[in-house]
Design a protein around this ligand. Structure first.
Ligand code: ZN
Length: 468
């Protein structure tokens, strides 16, 4: 049997400052080594001060994953030497004095499968190494400490996954859940990283480090299972080891023998007092948490009769569900959901496109109303949406400028209907004996009006003129 466990590192988002100092949490905005101070650089005499907002957000993650949440949490120093770690220790959490991490055991259902969470801890991110130079001769390594000290949440699971697909399904749900909570942004480069441990047939456990994205995590797990199965089939013993993921070659490579926790010489971080998160604080946090994806989906189905599959897609992405919440009314909810899931999602499928889009919730509301009132056809609404995203202009202006409005003026439409009837005498005769074939004539009117004829009015006029 294959057993896979994950350690997921997720950067907390929407925070003003790093975990223990007032440097900016949004380190991506800065020039190299510009976002640093004596605290995150670990200079002598500097003292860390805990970011309470980060504690709140991490606690929300623990609650959303149904983890136990201890009333008192502590921080520990994890000692190791590596160039990206200016202090030579990382401030993190550990459960050696009972449960003192931000989250204890929990679980989440992925379909019918229960994935158990071992613990959740709040810690600081190290700096970032930058490799430059193309060949091994002239390669140099630079270090950027802007990221050092930014808040990171580590989510550790039990080895409950049996296939790479289960890993992927879990990651999809987790990404959506974190984004919905507003605590993480999975679309940012490096915001989600992971380690995985994989063993097959009750064999030794191999840890894969350094997987830089969720996308690669599934690939790394898949590669590692295949590698171990190949060794196993040739009766070669699988060594317990740490391997790292080489994202250029898409393989795992042996890096060093497995370290025991003892190697890190953990000890209590004496510069940060224990933090109390009592029941009152926990209840207040619970009340501040946004509606979960699951209850959102159920509400969309029961309140607005949105089809389950559409509700599923709509509720799982915070960007779209926020847009839906703001733009829909009782009467146009289904139409708004339809525009978002069938048109908009294909047009703003990247972070850049979302950010550069000029669409507001008012646009979306007006567009849905215009379709419902027959002012614009569903077909023309696609062109209107395109133009809105690009220009941000008023829907009415766009309809006029691009001549997208439906032909709903009765006399104008009657003229077109009459000309179609005179051109299509055979089809008219057929419609008289078999009324269903009138759709052919409706199609002809649509053709002449480039799809802009009001369909109901067209049908009425045709029937009247033909006399059926
Ligand atoms: Zn700092």
């Amino acid at each position: 049997m294959t057993m896979i466990g994950l350690e997921i590192h997720c950067q907390l988002t929407n925070l003003q400052s790093k975990l223990f100092c007032s440097c900016k949490a949004n380190y991506r905005e800065f020039q190299i080594n510009e976002n640093i101070c004596p605290i995150c650089m670990g200079l002598p005499g500097s003292l860390p001060r805990l970011n309470q907002e980060a504690v709140k957000k991490a606690t929300m993650i623990a609650m959303a994953l149904n983890c136990t949440t201890p009333e008192k949490i502590a921080f520990f120093r994890k000692n190791y030497f590596y160039p990206d770690l200016p202090k030579n220790f990382q401030i993190t959490q550990l459960n050696i004095y009972g449960d003192t991490s931000i989250g204890g055991t929990g679980s989440i259902m992925i379909g019918d499968k229960k994935i158990r969470i071992t613990r959740i801890q709040l810690e600081e991110d190290p700096g970032r190494l930058i490799y430059e130079g193309s060949s091994s001769k002239n390669q140099i390594t630079l270090v950027d400490y802007n990221r050092a000290g930014t808040p990171l949440v580590e989510i550790v699971t039990e080895p409950d996954f049996e296939t790479p697909k289960e890993v992927r399904d879990f990651l999809n749900v987790l990404s959506d859940l974190l984004a919905n909570l507003g605590v993480a942004d999975p679309s940012l480069e490096g915001a989600m990283r992971a380690d995985a441990n994989v063993s097959i047939e009750g064999g030794k456990k191999v840890e894969i480090k350094n997987i830089g994205s969720f996308h690669d995590l599934e690939k790394a797990v898949h590669f590692e299972i295949t590698r171990q199965e190949s060794l196993h089939s040739r009766d070669i013993e699988i060594a317990q080891e740490t391997r790292h993921w080489d994202d250029k070659r898409k393989i795992t490579v042996s890096s060093r023998s497995k370290e025991e926790d003892l190697d890190y010489r953990y000890f209590l971080e004496g510069d940060i007092p224990w933090v109390t998160i009592d029941t009152d604080i926990q209840n207040k946090l619970k009340s501040e948490m946004p509606e979960s994806i699951i209850s959102k989906k159920e509400r969309y189905v029961s309140k607005y009769s949105i089809p389950v599959q559409v509700a599923d897609v709509l509720s799982s992405d915070k960007f779209y569900s926020d847009l839906f919440e703001e733009s829909h009314t009782e009467s146009n909810a289904k139409e708004v959901a339809n525009i978002i899931t069938t048109e908009l999602m294909g047009l703003v499928d990247t972070r850049e496109k979302r950010e550069s889009s000029k669409l507001t919730f008012r646009h979306l509301r007006e567009l849905a109303n215009a379709i419902q009132s027959g002012k614009i056809s569903r077909n023309s609404s696609k062109n209107a949406l395109h133009a809105i995203l690009k220009t941000g202009k008023d829907l009415n202006d766009i309809i006029t400028e691009l001549d997208l409005g439906n032909v709903s003026d009765e006399s104008e439409l009657l003229e077109i209907v009459t000309s179609v009837i005179s051109e299509e005498s055979k089809a008219v005769d057929e419609a008289k004996s078999n009324p269903q074939t009138i759709n052919y004539l409706v199609g002809k009117v649509m053709q002449k009006t480039k799809g802009k004829a009001d369909p109901t009015l067209t049908l009425d006029l045709l029937k009247k003129q033909i006399g059926i």
